[in-house]
Design a protein around this ligand. Structure first.
Ligand SMILES: [Fe+2]
Length: 402
């Protein structure tokens, strides 16, 4: 596998991110307490999930405040995976009741996404349904600066701790809806890889694959505008870290160095997609919601769409930057890199082909039909797809990859 190209250079990269103050490493959550003291904060709402590991993580945060009985720490646990608009409404009600000075989300992407939506909903006095879309709140309130949440991630995947995205399920339509809003980018992320040690293997794989695909899709997205000049390097580093660390963690779940690399890669992936967004693999993954874990779906969809993008000379050039990451022998062609990447995904207990997702082949028609609903994404991807031809093109790509 790949050489340790730039040991620990990710720490410098995490410090470059202009949108979120990232504190990274073992014990970094203690810096939350310093932040609270320095800013004379007296109250907080702590949002968390409902699992035993969520309880442990919440306990770790609570323990920071045991010597400060004056501090008003409210706990709201039990946020489910795939939170719905109704979950967000309940969280908003809790915030309105306690009016905390800061909001802290401890958990995976679901908890962080729901906390972002609830805090924005409270501050805009808007139902969450009115916030879906691109910069809806900041367009409606152009003069207003909203307070942003603080995140303590306990998985290494979504990168939600640094992104402007919040995915919430609307049970009425049965689809996941997206808030994309610069004003929900968390202000601080305290990323302690120790909190990820108890992740079971399937969650480790699905979250790592999600981060992996974030980094690759972002690197490939050379058409993104106004991206941070270092965002390609962030993505390449994230890919290297996962290529090194995921096979190690699968053999030794408690390997601290490898877990640390996965945590760093997840943050880098979030930093990347804030600057150079994801494209067709992520767009098409939403049709698998409720059937296949997100990270597994995007990992199956990446190789076929990457192959499709290779018609673009710019994508070929940028693909060659990954030469030597997935193989000891640096690859000589872009096609070899895509193939070795697909083999890496399969070797890490990910899907080898689309049929491994366990869905009926008829889902291809649904994927193609759903994708057509998002012409903006189709036209902004590395090899643009005309909306009129999109259903046919996507069908051919997925049929070939089945
Ligand atoms: Fe993702």
């Amino acid at each position: 596998m790949t050489q340790d190209h730039s040991a620990f250079s990710y720490e410098a990269m995490l410090g470059e991110y202009p949108d979120t103050m990232v504190s990274f490493g073992a014990g970094s959550i203690t810096e939350l307490y310093c932040y609270v003291l320095q800013n004379r904060i007296n109250s907080a709402m702590l949002f968390a999930g409902g699992t035993s590991s969520a309880n442990r993580s919440m306990g770790a945060v609570q323990s920071l405040f045991v010597d400060n009985p004056e501090f008003d720490l409210r706990l709201y646990a039990g946020i489910p995976p795939e939170p719905t608009v109704e979950d967000v409404r309940k969280m908003r009600a809790a915030l309105e009741q306690s009016k905390p000075e800061i909001v802290i989300a401890v958990g995976g992407g679901s908890v962080m996404d729901a906390a972002k939506a609830a805090y924005l909903s409270m501050q805009t006095e808007s139902d969450v349904n009115e916030l879906f879309g691109v910069n809806t709140a900041s367009t409606r309130f152009p003069e207003k600066e909203f307070k942003r949440i603080i995140c303590i991630p306990t998985t290494s995947g979504t990168g939600s701790e640094v992104t402007p995205y919040s995915n919430i399920v609307d049970p009425e339509s049965g689809v996941k809806k997206l808030i994309m809003e610069k004003q929900i980018i968390p202000s601080h992320a305290f990323v302690d890889p120790v909190l990820t040690h108890s992740m079971p293997q399937d969650l480790t794989v699905t979250t790592a694959l999600d981060a992996f695909v974030h980094c690759i899709e972002s690197v490939l997205n050379y058409r993104a505008e106004n991206a941070h000049p270092d965002s390609v390097e962030w993505g390449l580093e994230g890919i290297r870290l996962i290529a090194q660390a995921l096979p190690v963690v699968l053999k030794e779940p408690g390997n601290y160095i490898a877990r640390t690399k996965l945590s760093a890669a997840a943050v880098l992936g979030g930093m990347c997609i804030r600057n150079r967004p994801t494209s067709l693999p992520h767009l098409c993954s939403f049709s698998f919601y409720g059937k296949v874990p997100h990270g597994v779906a995007v990992a199956a969809l990446l190789p076929p769409f990457w192959q499709y993008y290779l018609e673009s000379p710019e994508v070929r050039d940028i693909t060659m930057k990954m030469s030597g990451i997935f193989s000891k022998e640096p690859e000589q062609t872009a096609e070899e890199i895509v193939k070795n990447c697909a083999d890496f995904i399969a070797a890490c207990k990910g899907p080898a082909k689309l049929s491994d997702l366990g869905c009926d082949r008829s889902i291809i028609a649904k994927v193609a039909g759903d994708a057509v609903q998002n012409p903006m994404k189709l036209q902004s991807c590395p090899r643009p797809v005309e909306p009129a031809n999109a259903a046919e093109i996507i069908t051919v790509i997925l049929e070939k990859a089945w």
